[in-house]
Ligand binder design. Structure first.
Ligand code: P1T
Length: 389
């Protein structure tokens, strides 16, 4: 690459400046300010045994590198490793393990992550214990001599249960295990697990990272160089990479992450407070509410509480009526886009979790999940008011 545009160092810059600049530099051939979509499968080598740092697009791609560097900077980490989906990121991370190893996983995780662990990775001789990660003692008790990984989501999808990250870091260190935190719900704008001592951060970049519901992707962020090398090897060896267009879309998305999250946080808080006043809503699960059982922990390790809210409506019939009556919210899987979505976790995102486990987590048939977008909040409240009435 040309010497003229050296990487600028944004490590000391604030979040919004990093969101816009980190990982990127003007294109060396034209000076294009936006990282081009390097839509190529291979790179020409000037002579045998010498390349320009790029050999084959599964191994390296400049668009992907810019996106990886950007998300790494937002998480306060050193290295980003991009994948074709959030599940591909989690799947590749588990390839750090070998048969005979044991994983302690939060039971309150995305249904697809649960299914991957329980129905796919377990078959390969890796054992899992699923625990309520909201209780630090439960994590500690589940650790065995062969535990190599502790994996959790905080807040969990969809119950919004939090894990005390400092306590989990301590447990992982004592166990000699890696701690991976799926930060999809919180986003690095609101919570940065690596800064609290976690080893690995995971994202379904499909959600807030991209923010516009127009691609599927995953990201792993780490700070340790040796762990990065192992994951980079696995990214290339197993090959679940994202295409350059999807990297470009996500990179465009992260430029406004700070602006979007301010709006998501604001709408989420306002809507959660309004929902709490509604007689037809039995419970509101939102870490930003003072009535939320783990609110104190939420204010300690998060700086905002996102647009994700779950509500208990008491029965499947009532949940069905509400998700079908909304007009501004759309009934769909996924979350974290600028547009508001509504879903029924038991029949949609968490259908793969055994009914008994769902029940133990409090994930009932009356539970409805909201992903509050960045529309005008009055329109969202009017929409919910109509649907609940
Ligand atoms: O869908 P994919 O990009 O593969 O990401 C999987 C995933 C991982 N982690 C969390 C916390 C997630 O929420 C998801 C995907 N979740 C949904 C599709 C959903 O509607 O909850």
């Amino acid at each position: 690459m040309s010497d003229e545009f050296q990487d600028r160092d944004f490590s000391d810059a604030r979040f919004g400046t990093r969101a816009i600049h980190a990982g990127q530099r003007p294109d060396p051939t034209t000076g294009a300010i936006m990282t081009p979509v390097y839509q190529t499968s291979t790179y020409v080598q000037p002579e045998l045994g010498r390349d320009l740092g790029y050999e084959y697009a599964r191994s390296q791609n400049p668009t992907r590198e810019a996106y990886e560097g950007n998300v790494a900077a937002l998480e306060g980490g050193k290295h980003g490793i991009a994948f074709a989906s959030g599940l591909a990121a989690i799947d590749t991370m588990t390839k750090l393990l070998s048969a005979g190893d044991h994983v302690v996983s939060g039971e309150g995780i995305y249904g697809g992550s649960y299914r991957l662990f329980d129905q796919v990775i377990r078959r390969l001789g890796i054992d899992f214990t699923f625990v309520d990660s909201g209780d630090p003692e439960k994590i500690r008790e589940a650790v065995r001599p062969e535990t190599k990984l502790i994996h959790l989501e905080t807040p969990t999808n969809p119950m919004m249960r939090l894990t005390d990250l400092s306590a989990a870091v301590e447990t992982a260190r004592e166990a000699g295990a890696l701690l991976s935190v799926d930060n999809t719900f919180a986003t690095p704008y609101n919570q940065r697990p690596l800064e609290l001592g976690a080893d690995i951060v995971i994202h379904s970049a499909t959600k807030y990272i991209n923010g516009h519901s127009d691609m599927v992707g995953g990201m792993v962020v780490v700070s340790d160089d040796e762990l990065h090398e192992r994951l980079r090897f696995l990214q290339n060896a197993a090959g679940a990479i994202p295409g350059p267009w999807d990297c470009w879309l996500a990179l465009r998305g992260t430029k406004t992450l700070h602006l979007r999250m301010e709006a998501h946080n604001r709408n989420g808080q306002r809507i959660a407070e309004w929902l709490e006043e509604q007689s037809g809503v039995e419970r509101v699960f939102y870490p930003g509410l003072p009535s939320f059982p783990q609110h104190e922990l939420a204010t300690r390790q998060m700086s905002g509480f996102t647009g994700m809210i779950s509500i208990e409506l008491g029965s499947k019939e009532r949940a069905k009526a509400v998700v079908e009556k909304v007009r501004v919210f759309s009934l769909a899987e996924s979350l974290g886009g600028v547009e508001s979505l509504i879903g029924h976790p038991a029949m949609m995102t968490h259908a793969a979790v055994p009914e008994q486990t769902r029940r133990e987590m409090g994930l009932s048939d009356g539970l409805v999940r909201l992903s509050c977008g960045v529309e005008d909040v009055e329109d969202l409240i009017e929409d919910l008011d109509r649907a609940l009435g």
